[in-house]
Design a protein around this ligand. Structure first.
Ligand SMILES: [Zn+2]
Length: 89
């Protein structure tokens, strides 16, 4: 098992960082990977939070789906690895 596999958390570990960005509970959001089309509920995605920032990866192909990095004066959000996010209303 690689170091990265042992460092993986589930999406619940990133719910705070991404919930603040979307102003919603993201744990039940369905995220579709732009790389392989795999779709998964956010709470089940692989999260790496050792910094800098919080990174969410696809279980299908390991693409970085999303990343949030907080700096003293900004929040950076990168979503290019995800094709869509379906947030329950
Ligand atoms: Zn994928």
């Amino acid at each position: 098992m690689s170091d990265r596999e042992t460092d993986a958390l589930d999406g619940n570990a990133a719910a705070g960082a991404f919930g603040a960005v979307f102003a919603a509970d993201v744990t039940t959001a369905v995220v579709v990977c732009a790389g392989c089309g795999h779709r998964d509920v956010f709470a089940r995605l692989a999260v790496y939070a050792r910094g800098p920032g919080v990174v969410v990866r696809c279980h299908g192909c390991d693409t970085v789906l999303a990343r949030v990095v907080e700096t003293p004066d900004s929040t950076w959000v990168e979503l290019t690895g995800s094709a869509s996010w379906r947030l329950p209303s």
